[in-house]
Each structure stands twice: as structure tokens, then as C-alpha cells.
Design a protein around this ligand. Structure first.
Ligand SMILES: Cc1cc2nc3c(=O)[nH]c(=O)nc-3n(C[C@H](O)[C@H](O)[C@H](O)COP(=O)(O)OP(=O)(O)OC[C@H]3O[C@@H](n4cnc5c(N)ncnc54)[C@H](O)[C@@H]3O)c2cc1C
Length: 368
């Protein structure tokens, strides 16, 4: 076996398909006890950027139009009425981002893996020249390899759910920042859809209260916070909750007596979901690792130290700039008090009016 991938989430499966395409023999550790069917379906939808779309399309795993809604406008608002609007046509782009139904993407990747003869599904890890750890934020292999994972908890939990709306979303993604909390509405169901996936990042106490509300009362709270922009709302799934943290592994690659290893995806880094970049970063990790493996000198092994050092250098740099920007936004919006709110309000309106700065900000977010 050339490469053993531990963890069959979206990042692990994508890497398995990329390496199988290079005719490498891949083992993918996917214990049957952790199969998605064994747990409840994910209610989330992810905002995926153009690089992620291109990558998944190249593997024939990009969902159909109904499950990957292009976002044409983005509206960001805050407490005092300040706001920034982004428009795909004005930026000369097909879409600002795509909102992808998570269970649909997961099942397309699982099917592609099943039909790829170069990939062997494993119940337990097997020896290989390179082990790639894609086990997510609570990775046990990362701990087994003795890697420090520096975790800074945000004092926030994210509630996610699917919501049916009275009015169509018109391909607009919306975000409201209020009193340090963030509510996002991500359009679902294709261009003519009238449902959204929500991510509501709130204090743990507020999360506990919101989860105890009846579906009707929860939707009344949502309607008020979203300023009734999509009319009457109805809960269309269960409510799921995630504690939020910023984290980074100190070391991303290394070697044990059994061979070389690398971390990718949430096993290497976690960011706040407000910028919708966690999976985009994980897919950029595996895209880069697969590229370095493909372009290596013919005499270098897939676990070559120089190759892995390059991977670590390049992806740590990409991760750091994204994590710093996301963390800065989270901090700025979590500051209470009149002066902060006034400054934010002024800043957002100013950005909205400044064509160049706005274009630059949108490009940063779109190209990561
Ligand atoms: C509320 C919320 C909203 C988000 N929205 C976005 C968004 O809009 N856009 C975006 O880009 N990102 C978003 N993210 C981030 C995104 O969810 C993660 O970055 C992404 O899921 C990471 O994928 P992964 O494959 O690395 O890890 P995971 O999805 O955690 O997958 C890890 C896999 O490994 C398996 N596993 C764990 N331990 C072992 C083991 N010991 N052996 C074998 N298998 C194991 C698990 O069962 C799982 O299948 C969001 C996150 C949250 C919490």
C-alpha cells in the first residue's frame, strides 16, 4: 500500500480519489461504526469556493444544481444598520460562492470511492509509505503521534438547521451580526429554492435557550433576528449544535518507525464558521498534497521528507492568513459597547461605498 488515509470525511475521501487517479494504491480507514448512516444526517450546507468546486468537478463529485446553489448576492448587516453588499455580476464572477448540501456531497464522494478499484476500504489502519490523518478535530491518531493541538475555544456554539421560507431566497446569502452573535442564511434548493441552511453562532447560554424553544418559538426568534426578510419561517430539520474553537496543530508532518505521516483538514486546523472556510481549507490541503506527490521526482517516495516539508510550509502559510482574518472578524464583531458598534457601523458603510476595497475583500474570500 502506498498511502493509508485515516478518516473518511469529505477531506479524506477527496484525497483518496485524487491519489487513486495517480495510480497509487490507497487504503482508506473508514470503520463501519463511524459510517454516516450510523449517525444522523448532517443538517449543514457548506459555502464552497471556486477552487473547491473545480477540484470536486475534476473528480466528478460536484452535486447537481439542486444541491449546489450559486450565490449571486451577499448581504452582511450589523446592529446599527451598517452593512456591506457583494454582487457576483459587479465582481465579474459567475457566483460569489456555492452552497452545497452536505449529505449529497458526502454520498457522491462515497459512491465514487466505492467504484475506484485503487482504493481499499479498511476497518483499521495498515502500514504504508505515507499515512495521512484526516480524522477531524478530535483526531486520536494526531494525539497518538504526540502532536500538540493548540486550541482556543470561542465562547460560542453554532446552531445549524434547515428552514423552509415563505419567500424565495433569490440566491442571496445573508449574514447578521448582532451583539457579538452571528446568524447566516445560506440559500438551498437551487436558483428557485425557498429554503435556507442556517448557522447561528451564539453564546453557549443563548444556544441552550434556543434549543429548548419549540420549533414555532425558535422560528419567531429567527424571523426577528433576520428582520423578516424571507417572511414566515418553518423548521425543516432537527437543530444540531457545535461548540466552536480556533485550533492549529503545531506540527503537520513527521515520521514514526512505521513511516511518514501528514495531517490534513480539521485534524490540522479549525476556524470559526463565520467565514465559511474550514472545508475549503481542508480541500486546499489535499489538493496541494496530491499535486506535490504527482510532481515529485520519480525517485522520491510518497513519504519523502522534502516533499512533506514543502506541503507543511505552503499549507501552514495559507491557513495562517485565513485563520487570522476570520479570527479578527470574530473579535471585532464580539466587542460590545457604543464606541465599537459605531466604529463597525462606520467601517462597514465605508467598505460598502469603496469599490476597490470591497472588490479586494471579496476576492480574498473567494480565492482561498
Ligand atoms: C456549523 C458549521 C458550519 C460550517 N460551515 C462551513 C462552510 O460553510 N464552508 C466550509 O468550508 N467549512 C465549513 N465548516 C467547516 C467544516 O465542517 C470542516 O472544515 C470539515 O467538515 C472538515 O472535514 P474533515 O474531513 O477534515 O473532518 P470531518 O468532517 O470531521 O471528518 C473526519 C472523519 O474521520 C472520521 N474519524 C474520526 N476519528 C477516526 C479514527 N480514529 N479512525 C478513522 N476515522 C476516524 C470521522 O468519523 C469522520 O468521518 C463548518 C463547520 C461548522 C461546525
Amino acid at each position: 500500500m502506498d498511502v493509508c488515509i485515516r478518516g473518511a470525511g469529505i477531506v479524506g475521501r477527496t484525497l483518496a480519489l485524487l491519489l487513486a487517479r495517480e495510480r497509487l494504491r490507497v487504503g482508506l480507514v473508514a470503520p463501519s461504526t463511524q459510517a454516516p448512516a450510523a449517525s444522523r444526517p448532517d443538517v449543514r450546507a457548506y459555502a464552497l469556493n471556486l477552487a473547491s468546486k473545480n477540484l470536486l468537478e475534476s473528480l466528478r463529485c460536484w452535486p447537481s444544481a439542486a444541491a449546489a446553489t450559486p450565490v449571486l448576492h451577499m448581504k452582511v448587516s450589523e446592529d446599527l444598520g451598517g452593512g456591506v453588499n457583494f454582487d457576483a455580476a459587479q465582481l465579474g464572477t459567475e457566483a460569489l460562492t456555492w452552497i452545497v448540501d452536505v449529505p449529497v456531497l458526502e454520498s457522491q464522494l462515497a459512491d465514487a470511492v466505492r467504484f475506484q478499484p485503487q482504493i481499499e476500504l479498511l476497518e483499521t489502519p495498515a502500514p504504508a509509505a505515507l499515512t495521512v490523518v484526516c480524522e477531524g478535530k478530535a483526531s486520536s491518531t494526531r494525539a497518538e503521534f504526540g502532536v500538540d493541538f493548540e486550541v482556543t475555544p470561542y465562547a460560542q456554539h453554532a446552531i445549524a438547521a434547515r428552514i423552509a421560507c415563505e419567500k424565495p431566497h433569490e440566491q442571496v446569502a445573508r449574514q447578521w451580526f448582532a451583539q457579538g452573535e452571528v446568524l447566516a442564511f445560506l440559500p438551498l434548493g437551487g436558483a428557485a429554492g425557498n429554503s435556507v441552511a442556517i448557522v447561528w453562532s451564539v453564546s453557549p447560554e443563548h444556544a441552550a435557550k434556543l434549543l429548548q424553544l419549540s420549533p414555532e418559538d425558535f422560528c419567531l426568534e429567527l424571523q426577528a433576528t433576520s428582520q423578516h426578510c424571507l417572511g414566515q419561517l418553518m423548521l425543516a430539520s432537527e437543530r444540531a449544535v457545535w461548540p466552536l474553537q480556533k485550533a492549529q496543530a503545531r506540527q503537520w508532518t513527521g515520521r514514526t518507525a512505521a513511516g511518514a505521516w501528514a495531517l490534513a483538514g480539521d485534524a490540522a486546523h479549525n476556524v470559526h464558521p463565520l467565514a465559511g472556510q474550514g472545508l475549503n481549507m481542508g480541500l486546499a490541503d489535499v489538493s496541494e498534497l496530491a499535486r506535490l506527490i504527482r510532481e515529485r521526482d520519480y525517485w522520491r517516495s510518497v513519504g519523502d521528507d522534502k516533499l512533506l516539508r514543502r506541503y507543511e510550509r505552503s499549507r501552514k502559510a495559507g491557513m495562517l492568513s485565513m485563520a487570522t482574518a476570520t479570527d479578527g472578524l470574530q473579535w471585532m464583531f464580539s466587542q460590545h459597547g457604543g464606541a465599537w458598534a459605531t466604529l463597525r457601523n462606520w467601517g462597514m458603510n465605508r467598505v460598502d461605498r469603496s469599490g476597490r476595497l470591497k472588490q479586494w475583500m471579496a476576492r480574498q474570500a473567494m480565492d482561498f
